[in-house]
Design a protein around this ligand. Structure first.
Ligand code: NAI
Ligand SMILES: N[C@@H](CC=O)C(=O)O
Ligand code: NA
Length: 430
């Protein structure tokens, strides 16, 4: 057996502790599979004395993650701190400049700085791997960059935020309010340090941007993803969607169209009985369409200690075996500049609104839709409050821009008693 592969782990939270546990529990198995002993030599976190339920006595401690990244006894710097900038990025850059391989779960950093970091790592001749950053334990980076290397990718789609899927399914199944379910997700270690990244759809968009770069050979283009979060989805929407035979999922789609790359992350209605509709809890699903392979569907845990640490260790094992490849599947210098689609593909929409209960209100709403060229497929009026009438409209296929135009004119009619909720009904859903 060759020399020990030495890990320096920065960040000992949910994922960092999970990695420490796998290295300890599976030392023999990892050594057999990779041909090298894998050991943690040094660690760093914010609070040294915190009880994490693991023994740190055999590892050197660094208060400063950048110092950890530069240590002579570290071969792979494992960045599990998080955050787009700050110490995580500084330490990753320091590790690369010191000639260390890097494994990270940090999608926020990669979605914004991924291209620059890839150029830096490739120039330094070190690996920069990020399986844990997208859909947690699901090996989707490996599937796309290795398993589907012989395919032109037609579409990447999926549910990629465990927190949002947990919240949406628990609210529906247990009839629990948002705040209770949110607290549960927090206790389970699913949430980002800033939970707005989760519920605002930003974390899932980070992941979609990374997958799109790998799929289409472009520089990571997080700014090009149209993002909507789940904050405005209410228990009423979840119930109305169920009545119509749908479930609401935070769904991402990246597809190359004749108009350029369309990338969007938004809550959508998907058929309740479809595999996507059936996804429960923090489970993620990544659907990849290749011209040769057809469609493949990957499903598994998208967040939490064990699943995320499992993905970190997959990257560590690859480096231990000597596997080397460009960060985004092809050399960074050959990645194209992104070519964004100017408009998204039309689809039917679910539109829920509260109207002031006055004669002619519904007619005004229908007129706004008609003037924007949108035709109504179905319409329902739900139980009245005294002066407010809740109305649900399902449209035929419409462009989002036309729908927004219609909603704007509805606002000018004075019949709306609040902002309407507009959700795409995803016709591509698996
Ligand atoms: N929790 C999850 O299910 C998943 C998390 N990730 C990503 O993994 C990374 C870590 O996430 P978690 O473990 O959930 O976070 P966490 O908040 O549980 O842990 C973060 C750790 O970083 C440490 N830290 C903070 N500032 C530091 C500093 N200046 N120097 C050294 N250490 C510092 C904290 O002390 C803590 O130990 C993030 O990038 C996150 O987006 C990715 C996939 C799933
Ligand atoms: N906060 C994220 C963690 C994994 O990436 C999620 O909920 O999916
Ligand atoms: Na993954």
């Amino acid at each position: 057996m060759t020399t020990t592969l030495r890990l320096g782990i920065a960040g000992l939270g949910t994922v960092g502790v999970g990695v420490m546990r796998i290295v300890a529990a599976h030392a023999d198995l990892l050594a057999r599979r990779t041909g090298r002993e894998i050991a943690v030599t040094a660690v760093s976190a914010r609070e040294r004395g915190r009880d994490r339920g693991i023994d740190l006595s055999a590892h050197a401690w660094e208060d400063d993650a950048v110092a950890l990244a530069r240590r002579d006894d570290v071969d792979i710097f494992v960045e599990l701190i998080g955050g787009e900038d700050g110490v995580a990025r500084a330490a990753v850059e320091a590790a690369i400049d010191a000639g260390k391989h890097v494994v990270t779960a940090n999608k926020a950093m990669l979605a914004v700085h991924g291209h620059a970091l890839a150029e830096r790592a490739e120039a330094a001749g070190v690996a920069l791997r990020f399986e844990a950053a997208v859909a947690g334990g699901i090996p989707c980076i490996k599937a796309l960059s290795e398993g589907l290397a012989g395919n032109r990718i037609k579409r990447v789609m999926g549910v990629m935020n465990g927190t949002c899927n947990y919240i949406l399914t628990r609210m529906e199944d247990a009839g629990l309010p948002y705040d209770t379910v949110f607290a549960e997700a927090h206790a389970l270690g699913y949430l980002e340090a800033d939970p707005q990244l989760d519920v605002g759809g930003i974390d899932a968009a980070h992941k979609l941007a990374l997958l799109a770069a790998l799929a289409y050979g472009t520089r990571v283009d997080f700014e090009g993803v149209a993002i909507e979060g789940i904050e405005r989805v209410s228990i009423a929407d979840i119930r109305h969607a169920a009545d119509l035979g749908f479930r609401i999922k935070l769904l991402g789609v990246a597809q190359m169209t004749g108009r350029g790359l369309e990338a969007r992350m938004a809550p959508c209605l998907v058929p309740a009985k479809s595999p996507l509709g059936q996804l429960q809890g923090a489970t993620n699903m990544v659907v990849l369409d290749g011209d040769a392979v057809g469609q493949i569907v990957l499903r598994g845990a998208g967040a939490g200690e064990g699943p995320t640490a499992s993905a970190v260790m997959a990257d560590v094992a690859d480096i231990a075996r000597g596997t080397r490849m460009p960060v985004f599947g092809q050399p960074a210098g050959t990645l194209a500049r992104p070519f964004r689609a100017t408009a998204g593909t039309p689809s039917p929409y679910y539109l829920r609104m509260d109207l002031h209960d006055k004669p002619g209100a519904l007619a005004k709403i229908a007129a706004c839709l008609g003037e924007a060229g949108i035709s109504i497929d179905r319409m329902r009026q739900y139980d009245h409050a005294e002066t407010v009438a809740p109305v649900l409209i399902v449209t035929h296929k419409a462009a989002r821009a036309s729908l927004d135009e219609a909603i704007e004119s509805m606002g000018r009619t004075g019949v709306l008693a609040g902002d309407p909720v507009a959700l795409r009904i995803e016709t591509l859903a698996v």
